[in-house]
Design a protein around this ligand. Structure first.
Ligand code: CP
Length: 290
């Protein structure tokens, strides 16, 4: 299958090359594909990924077809495969897909046009991982030896699962923290205060209430006090350490309002970088390099 489905398919050299390409695009390098059309198919809510992909496509001079799942023939029983096969038959040159189903792309093996994964259930979110890595690289200029703690609703997070695998491959030390009920033991767990004192990167996650089968065991107020990035915890962090979050953010839950845009926060920079990594991925795929 063509496109980008998971970073597990890419070597660390290829990932570093994509980050360098995104940095070049951020510095002003331009490339254009005016004859191409790409459709964005979002079957799950999104602000950043959906519109960041659209900005990336527009910056590359590509025509964007925005699929509206609620007014489509899905209500008449059309499958994901038949929807994507239809876009292929219409002459579209690629599709961006976000879907609630993990590895939805395994149902699309007969599709010949590139598929760009905008997130599959709680499994993976490859362009989010790339933009996180680009932001870390811009900060430190390397990955090896950096210490990152991912904090919060780990078990429901595609960002955590995707990032842990690739960060470890790039030589980073990755830890997790947060409530035991969200600990799926995908990395070593450490207390949050210890993480704040020792990490280079604290990556916060939203509590994904919409994916929970059972009500969270503690209140949001208690969550914020025990596991949130409060002003006091931000002050414990090393001088050059940074705070990241894939967003959407819940101010007052996993992050205090006053910390969300503080000097250490790279949350909005991550969003900006998302446009450039998506441009890099789309361009590389259309050029046949990915
Ligand atoms: N970070 C992220 O994937 O945000 P959206 O759900 O708004 O796309």
């Amino acid at each position: 299958m063509r496109g980008l489905l998971t970073l597990k398919d890419l070597s660390t050299d290829k990932i570093k090359e994509l980050i360098q390409y995104a940095l070049k695009l951020k510095k002003g390098f331009r490339i254009s594909y005016p004859d191409k059309k790409i459709a964005t198919l979002f079957f799950e809510n999104s602000t950043r990924t959906h519109y960041s992909f659209q900005c990336a496509l527009m910056n590359l001079g590509i025509k964007v077809i925005d699929f509206n799942s609620s007014s489509s023939s899905i209500a008449k029983g059309e499958s994901l495969y038949d929807t994507v096969r239809t876009f292929e038959a219409l002459g579209v040159d690629g599709v961006v897909i976000r879907h609630t189903k993990e590895k939805y792309y395994e149902d699309l093996k007969n599709i010949q046009i590139p598929i760009f994964n905008g997130g599959d259930g709680k499994a993976d979110h490859p362009t989010q991982s790339l933009l996180d890595l680009m932001t870390i690289y811009e900060e430190y200029g390397h990955f090896e030896g950096l210490k990152c703690c991912i904090v919060g609703d780990i078990s429901h997070s595609r960002v955590a699962h995707g990032n842990i695998e690739i960060m470890q491959r790039l030589g980073m030390e990755v830890y997790i923290s947060g409530p035991e009920e969200f600990n799926d033991h995908c990395a070593e767990w450490i207390p949050l205060d210890e993480a704040c004192r020792t990490m280079d990167i604290i990556m916060l996650l939203r509590v994904q209430f919409e994916r929970h089968q059972e009500k969270m065991k503690i209140s949001v107020e208690e969550y914020h006090k025990k596991y949130g990035m409060t002003y006091e915890r931000m002050k414990m962090m090393k001088e050059k350490a940074i705070i990241m979050h894939p967003a959407p953010i819940n101010r007052g839950v996993e992050i205090a309002d006053e910390v969300a845009e503080c000097e250490k926060s790279r949350i909005y920079k991550q969003m900006t970088n998302g446009v450039y990594v998506r441009m890099a991925v789309i361009s590389d795929v259309l050029d046949g390099n990915l």
